[in-house]
Design a protein around this ligand. Structure first.
Ligand SMILES: [Zn+2]
Length: 151
């Protein structure tokens, strides 16, 4: 088992937007919200293990690509499910109904999707440390507090 009592696996850490290093601390300050600014307010460091959440300037710039790829994957999956369950035809508007339903679903899921993308992006660079209580986190380099969270 996990020596430091990790209660989450990798996937549930990502889905719940927890710190990838200790898998216990929340990355975000508030629950998921439709208010975009408030939704994306992150802790400067993990409240449990002190892992910095922005490890270099512009760190989260790459999450745009992550959320784009996830949105494309969700759209492909919903297209496939719609095709299998409802079907498409040239003689009616089922394609446009799928298009509308998929767009509304993506818009409603956007607050969580943006958070998930950040959690995933951070987990690509910070791995789980089973001895996080005794090992200090790597200090981030090239910090610029004035530009934090501007990306
Ligand atoms: Zn942590």
């Amino acid at each position: 088992m996990h020596p430091e009592g990790a209660t989450r696996g990798y996937l549930s850490t990502l889905l719940g937007c927890y710190c990838p290093r200790c898998r216990k601390g929340a990355l975000f300050q508030h629950p998921v919200s439709l208010r975009v600014g408030r939704n994306m307010e992150m802790h400067r460091a993990c409240p449990v293990c002190a892992q910095p959440t922005e490890i270099e300037v512009g760190f989260y710039y790459g999450t745009g690509y992550v959320s784009y790829l996830i949105a494309v994957a969700i759209s492909a999956l919903s297209f496939l499910l719609w095709w299998l369950l409802i079907g498409f035809s040239f003689s009616d508007r089922r394609f446009f109904w799928w298009l509308g339903c998929n767009s509304v679903g993506l818009l409603l899921g956007q607050p969580w999707l943006m958070r998930f993308s950040r959690a995933f992006w951070l987990s690509c660079f910070v791995s789980y440390d089973p001895h996080w209580r005794t090992n200090p986190p790597d200090a981030g380099e090239r910090h610029n507090a004035e530009q934090a969270n501007n990306w």
